[in-house]
Design a protein around this ligand. Sequence first.
Ligand code: CTP
Length: 400
Amino acid sequence: MLKGKNIIVGVTGSIAAYKAAYLIRGLVKKGANVQVVITPAGKEFITPLTLSTLSNAPVISEFFSNRDGSWNSHVDLGLWADAMLIAPATAATIGKIANGIADNMLITTYLSCKAPVFIAPAMDLDMFAHPTTQQNLDRLRTFGNRIIEPAEGELASHLIGKGRMEEPDSIICVLEHFFAEQKDLREKKIVITAGPTYEKIDPVRFIGNYSSGKMGYALAKACAERGAEVILISGPVSETIAHPNVTRIDVESADEMYNEAMSVFPHVDAGILCAAVADYKPAVSMDKKIKRESSAELTLQLTPNKDIAASLGAIKKEGQVLVGFALETNNEEAHALDKLKRKNLDFIVLNSLKEKGAGFRCDTNKISIIDQKGAIAEFPLKLKQEVAVDIVDKLATLLL
Ligand code: CTP
């Protein structure tokens, strides 16, 4: 699983830095390409010579070399990595990265890193238990970082408690598990609808809604990162996505979205219907701009759009999985379950507009997942990327 993976190992100033040597040797043995970045304090605990010998590459520590004026690009490094692992991570480094204090090469690399970041804290038990450290770790978790909890045991201070950096073999296991899990959908094809639809009134006006497409795009990314081939049918949004596994089809109206979804669905394993499809469209859309000819009232006659979810539900074959969303303001669970049944969905993701930070236009969401038996799993408020991972986890249990 680690063969050919590019891994940045960040080493900071802790007595546990000696374990970084075993960690790096283990990663290299498994076929990973390791680039070590060490903080100035880290060099007090273990020499760059040891780490560069084990990783087969010069250790990076400074922004530039005083000898020849060459400089190290933390941006290139951040883009190169498939994962970054900070082990050991001291309380100081945890505090700095949680707050963007980019005063060394390791932290600028962290800030430039687009890949998943794993952090293995190492410190004294009271430092670890301190609310400051815990708050910083919580903050890092909300940014999507993965914390590898320290173990209990004897510490450098000879006190016994929680704060020992996790053992190198266990850390390697975490990474292997992450990369294995990541590709579990590689044989699967998934269609996702996202964003709003625009229903044309005349050449300059439309009926739309506030959907930003963020949730649908986060789902597309989460599925693609786990190896699935994704067809993203997107209404008009400003979101972008650049992943080799994602093919994006841009549409504007519910009718266009319906046509694309109906032609793609027979060839996929799953459909996630995240779009906020307009329920109605103008009965007639005008070719010319409607003029304000008088002060008389204007009446728009609306006609219902086709229900994409229900139409896909009606043609769903054995083995295909269909996931819908419900945004409700009252009687949430009953309405959502009713929608699940009406549209022949396998599960439905409920987000309530009553929840602060959930729903349209925000970066966070708070969901419940309701299955066909009516069982409800509630999730806390999370970033949409993290919510997407929870939804894809549930989807994977039905697909695999
Ligand atoms: N949906 C769809 N096509 C439509 C309307 C909705 O595919 N024309 C999908 C949405 O993408 C979502 C689910 O159906 O996954 C529920 O959408 P929602 O708007 O909550 O449901 P409606 O059936 O439109 O019910 P209502 O607006 O009355 O709550």
